[in-house]
Design a protein around this ligand. Structure first.
Ligand SMILES: Nc1ncnc2c1ncn2[C@@H]1O[C@H](COP(=O)(O)OP(=O)(O)OP(=O)(O)O)[C@@H](O)[C@H]1O
Ligand SMILES: [Mg+2]
Length: 271
């Protein structure tokens, strides 16, 4: 078995009301994520199908045609036990973490519930211990984070809590759709570094969806370029950036602003 998660020849069509026609959000797309820990970045313009492909991978949506396989097994044909394991091992981090938290509960609840639901702790103390470890792994101090309400935390802290929440379930893959587009530039590097470290330190793979070719280049092992519901190019970041084959990739590369030498990404301690 050489792939962790695979989308095979997936097409997603949406009907257009009254027009009797449909629009293809994805058109015969195949994408495989390797078994070994890796970071895959999906870049592409708005509406190119990036979120749609992540929704298929998270089983939030089923393809009109084609299939999604986890460790070689079709998600739609899995037994309940295998599906639950997939649900635990593939976790999502979304763009706007504020929308995910219930404003009336302390963040503790959002962190503890998944751990308890998946039976990863035998007691509340054990669940707390797991949660504290995960918070530390994303650079948050548990004592400053627990006991607070979502609005008492910054956007960057909320986003890192989401990553900690995913991490506490011992995932093999985190699917992050535009995880840093709602936080300011200074925090972007910190959050991306937390995600990057998960691969290096904890063998967690990442599927990173972004508009931003620069950060994709900095953290990814592979870049996938989407355009109009299709994958038009994929490969090693060096190759995609320095020898772009598709006209759209060339346009993306040309649009990247020159590097800012004052930004330290802290990523030089690569694996
Ligand atoms: N529920 C829906 N009904 C109809 N069309 C949809 C629906 N969801 C997505 N689409 C269409 O499918 C296409 C792909 O959408 P998708 O959200 O995957 O794009 P995206 O690459 O994530 O864009 P963005 O960068 O803006 O997030 C778009 O044309 C979008 O309008
Ligand atoms: Mg999107």
């Amino acid at each position: 078995m050489s792939h962790l998660l695979e989308v095979q020849s997936a097409t997603v069509a949406y009907g257009i009301k009254g027009a009797g026609s449909h629009k293809l959000a994805l058109s015969d797309v195949s994408l495989s994520l390797p078994e070994k820990p890796s970071i895959t970045a999906i870049v592409g313009e708005s509406g190119s199908g990036k979120t749609t492909i992540t929704r298929l991978m998270l089983s939030l949506q089923t393809p009109t045609m084609g299939s999604v396989r986890y460790e070689g097994k079709d998600l739609q044909q899995m037994d309940r036990k295998a599906f639950l394991r997939y649900r635990r091992e593939v976790q999502a981090v979304f763009q706007d973490p504020f929308g995910v938290f219930n404003p009336f509960y302390k963040v503790d609840r959002s962190l503890l519930l998944p751990v308890q639901r998946f039976g990863l702790a035998n007691s509340t103390d054990e669940a707390y211990a797991l949660v504290r470890k995960s918070l530390e792994a994303v650079g948050l101090r548990p004592d400053d984070t627990l006991g607070r309400y979502p609005h008492q935390l910054s956007g960057g802290q909320r986003q890192r809590i989401m990553i900690a929440r995913a991490l506490s379930l011992r995932p093999r893959l985190i699917v992050a759709d535009e995880p840093v587009s709602m936080v300011d530039a200074s925090l972007r590097a910190t959050i991306l570094e937390s995600l990057y470290r998960l691969k290096v330190d904890r063998d967690v793979s990442l599927l990173y969806v972004t508009h931003d070719l620069t950060t994709a280049y900095q953290i990814a092992d592979r870049i996938v370029v989407m355009f109009n519901g299709q994958i038009v190019e994929q490969g090693d970041p060096e190759q995609v950036i320095h020898e772009p084959k598709h006209a759209y990739t060339r346009a993306l590369v040309a649009a990247v602003p020159p590097p800012d030498p004052s930004v330290n990404w802290g990523l030089e301690v690569a694996a």
